[in-house]
Design a protein around this ligand. Structure first.
Ligand SMILES: [Zn+2]
Length: 261
């Protein structure tokens, strides 16, 4: 058993995500870049090098604890060695070796690594990447008029003053629909999260980068609640306007005068 506080935390966060209804079946995934000093098991004798569709040379030698492909968020606490995988990127960064766990990383692993690549260089305190199928955000991403970063962020901010602060501090990018697990989506996510911390994959789900998984969940919960409020407001009265420009500016002036969005 690989004993590290992150395995227990992933179990707790996985259960929370399942409770929220953000992980139907085996949906959703998360990863954490481990400190270089963390003691990890050596690769099993004969463990194969697994090639990836993209290479991340700067991450060679780094270790990641990541949810395993085909596994359920709700099972992490019960069977961590089945639901999680500890991997090390091999020299060149284009392949990895499994150090612990019986499976392989999530099929979205290259998207996670693209974000870790950005963080390792520009934001080294950001160690966690989280992807969830938060339903209200996904529903909102189907609305054609909201399919830009500015429009999507504006919609969320006008219904939730605290969400406005989080979004202002963290920034959000809207990513047009792309097929999951593919290099184009990984590259788009890298671009999206170079300066911002939330990326909305259109008609798919949310990706968040943060210092740790607790902080990533905080941001995801805030954004998802804002999306829920937007849709409730729309159902109650489509003419309701939400926060005015003046009210939005007043909130930002107090809590996030240097808002990114
Ligand atoms: Zn997904």
């Amino acid at each position: 058993m690989f004993k590290h506080p992150q395995t227990a935390l992933m179990g707790r966060i996985g259960a929370l995500i399942a409770d929220h209804g953000w992980a139907e079946g085996n949906a959703g995934n998360m990863s954490v870049r481990l400190d270089e000093g963390v003691r990890a098991p050596k690769a099993k004798r004969g463990a194969p090098a697994v090639a990836m569709k993209l290479a991340f040379p700067k991450l060679a030698g780094r270790r990641f604890l990541v949810t395993a492909t085909g596994q359920r968020m709700r099972d992490i606490e019960r069977v961590p060695a089945q639901a999680l995988v500890l991997v090390e990127l091999l020299p060149g960064g284009g392949s990895y070796q499994v150090l612990w766990g019986s499976g392989r990383p999530t099929s979205e692993f290259i998207c996670h690594l693209a974000v870790h690549d950005v963080c390792a260089e520009a934001d080294p305190d950001m160690l966690a990447v989280l992807h969830v199928h938060s339903p209200h955000l996904i529903a909102l991403s189907h609305l054609t008029r909201l399919q830009t970063s500015a429009a999507f962020a504006d919609a969320l901010q006008r219904v939730h003053p605290e969400g406005c602060v989080i979004l202002g501090l963290c920034g959000l990018t809207f990513v047009p629909f792309m097929v999951g697990s593919t290099p184009p989506l990984a590259e788009a996510t890298r671009q999206a999260l170079t300066s911002n911390q939330l990326a909305m994959w259109s008609m798919h789900g949310l990706v968040v980068r943060a210092t740790d998984l607790e902080a990533a969940m905080d941001r995801a919960e805030m954004a998802e609640r804002a999306a829920q409020l937007y849709l409730l407001r729309l159902a109650a009265d489509p003419a309701a306007r939400g926060l005015s420009d003046e009210q939005l500016a007043a909130v930002r002036a107090v809590f996030c005068p240097n808002a990114k969005i």
